[in-house]
Design a protein around this ligand. Structure first.
Ligand code: NAD
Length: 490
């Protein structure tokens, strides 16, 4: 297959830091290996950054804030952002192949979702910045008040491995649109697309030092160094809730502005009056897309009792049809999970489910036909109580639990019985019920009769322990800019 051949030709792919417009290794030449979770082959080596590399990058970003970047008008920044979007699309097959090799996700998914949406992030924020208006208030005849937005400064970006380029560009596009500079730390598992993005930014005319990438690990490594650095003005982080908590603590002494997109355990509530075929089609995606490694996946499925058996029969049958295996093979819907460690973690939850009295209706192990790689067959579990660990804890893999419910009040209580509050999906054709339930579900992103439908103007983020702040449209600018109010006495 063409893409697979292209992939083989490019190995090994070594990832260096990108600091002040140049690719550089670590000072001590330290590296770690990047492994393809689908094949277990070594993709290449990755420079391992620490305090010194972070400091170099932050210094470059701080200098760049005062350099030619400062003179860019919003129209000029928008033009650069559009060029970055074009640059991503021009290299979309290459980026999709890198993303598939790094993460184990299907190549087609990477191409259609991760890479295409990454380019769109830049196009969207390019348009947004040129239409952003300021507030002004006339106070009788005495004073004119108006708001003035300026960049926050050097923004540290700490990213997860599940949607590497998509989530990184979701941060970088508004960050640049607002005139900031960035030091990005990609997840250690997925360094490749961030490395290429730095080059695309340079080619698009981003001045040196504005975009920097430092590879490395999180705790007591590059991640901590970025979080603790006194010249980093803000940290935007997407990842696990417990990491968010550690970052908050580490950022406290320097009082950085923080934006967190954290974990979730999202309910998918299916009422008996919904269109079952549509429900099944979308629920397959909301359960198993990207191997279930999407923070928005609906891993707790609640089905009204009168349609429970029919739902289960159809859902299990369709799940068994999902093609699992080589991410580069056409038609593959489920690839490998990110790493051996994560593979073990997901399988351990399936064992816990068995111990807790759950019934595995399909999946529950690696596919018998695949010998290598971190593959787990899409897994559906029933018979668990609401207190079971598999129902309460984020598994972040191709595993869902399904439970029957009787009343609206009951399912709302169950849906909210969690420390998380990221997303929720409600399926019903009763308009009043849709609104009534949506208003009571404690989540930042609620879909009715759909899932993963996005409009980048809308607020994205979680409540409770799923996040801090919102991203998207004006909400991104609330984070990436500082607002001053100027009052003129008349
Ligand atoms: P993670 O928290 O383990 O790691 C994320 C990043 O943080 C990595 O770059 C890592 O190196 C870094 N890191 C780890 N410890 C650190 C520390 N002490 N200081 C600074 N940096 C540190 O998360 P993950 O396993 O990569 O990603 C999966 C998690 O991300 C899941 O919980 C998922 O729900 C969440 N997620 C949330 C969203 C959202 O929008 N809410 C989106 C995607 C993923």
């Amino acid at each position: 297959m063409q893409v697979t051949e292209k992939k083989n030709k490019t190995l090994p792919i070594d990832c260096k830091h990108f600091i002040d417009g140049q690719y550089i290794p670590s000072f001590n030449q330290k590296t770690f290996l990047n492994i393809n979770p689908a094949t277990e082959e070594v993709l290449g080596s990755v420079s391992e950054g620490g305090e010194l590399e972070i400091d170099l990058a932050v210094k470059a970003a701080k200098r760049a804030l005062k350099g030619e970047w400062k003179q860019f008008t919003s129209n000029q920044r928008a033009a650069v952002l559009r060029k970055i979007g074009d640059g991503i699309l021009a290299r979309k097959e290459e980026l999709a192949a890198l993303e598939a090799m790094d993460t184990g996700k299907p190549y087609d998914l990477a191409l259609e979702v991760d890479i295409t949406r990454s380019a769109h992030n830049f196009y969207f924020f390019a348009d947004y910045i040129t239409t952003l208006s300021s507030e002004s208030h006339m106070q009788d005849q005495t004073a004119l008040h108006y708001t003035y937005r300026r960049p926050v400064g050097v923004v540290g970006m700490i990213n997860p491995w599940n949607l590497p380029l998509l989530l990184l560009t979701w941060k970088l596009a508004p960050c640049l649109a607002a005139g900031n500079t960035a030091v990005m730390k990609p997840a250690e598992w997925t360094p490749m697309t961030a490395t290429v993005l730095a080059e695309i930014c340079k080619d698009a005319g981003v001045p040196d030092g504005v975009v920097n990438v430092v590879h490395g690990f999180g705790a007591n490594a590059a991640g901590s160094a970025l979080t603790e650095h006194r010249d980093v003005d803000a940290i935007t982080f997407t990842g696990e809730t417990k990491t968010g908590s550690a970052i908050m603590k580490a950022a406290a002494p320097t009082l950085k502005k923080l934006s967190f997109e954290l974990g979730g355990k999202n309910p998918n509530i299916i009422f008996a009056d919904s269109d079952l075929d549509e429900v099944i089609e979308t629920t397959l995606k909301s359960s198993f897309m990207n191997q279930g490694e999407v923070c928005l996946c609906g891993s707790r499925i609640y089905v009204q009792r009168s349609i429970f058996d029919e739902f289960i029969d159809k859902f299990v049958a369709k799940t068994k049809e999902l093609k699992i295996g080589d991410p580069f093979e056409e038609g593959t819907k489920v690839g490998a999970v990110i790493s051996k460690e994560h593979y073990e973690k997901v399988l351990s939850y399936i064992e816990i489910a068995k111990e807790e009295g759950g019934t595995i209706l399909t999946g529950g192990s690696r596919p018998a036909s695949i010998e290598k790689g971190c593959f787990i067959t899409p897994t559906i579990i029933t018979g668990l109580s609401r207190d079971s660990r598999c129902v309460r804890e984020e598994i972040f893999g191709p595993v869902v639990t399904v439970m029957p419910f009787d009343s609206e009040e009951e399912v709302i209580e169950w849906a909210n019985d969690t420390h998380y509050g990221l997303g929720a999906t409600i399926w019903t054709n009763d308009l009043r019920r849709a609104h009534r339930v949506a208003h009571q579900i404690e989540a930042g992103i609620i879909w009715v009769n759909t899932w993963y439908l996005r409009d980048l103007r809308t607020p994205f983020g979680g409540m409770k322990q799923s996040g801090l702040g919102r991203e998207g449209g004006i909400h991104s600018f609330e984070f990436y800019s500082e607002l001053s109010n100027i009052t003129i006495k008349l």
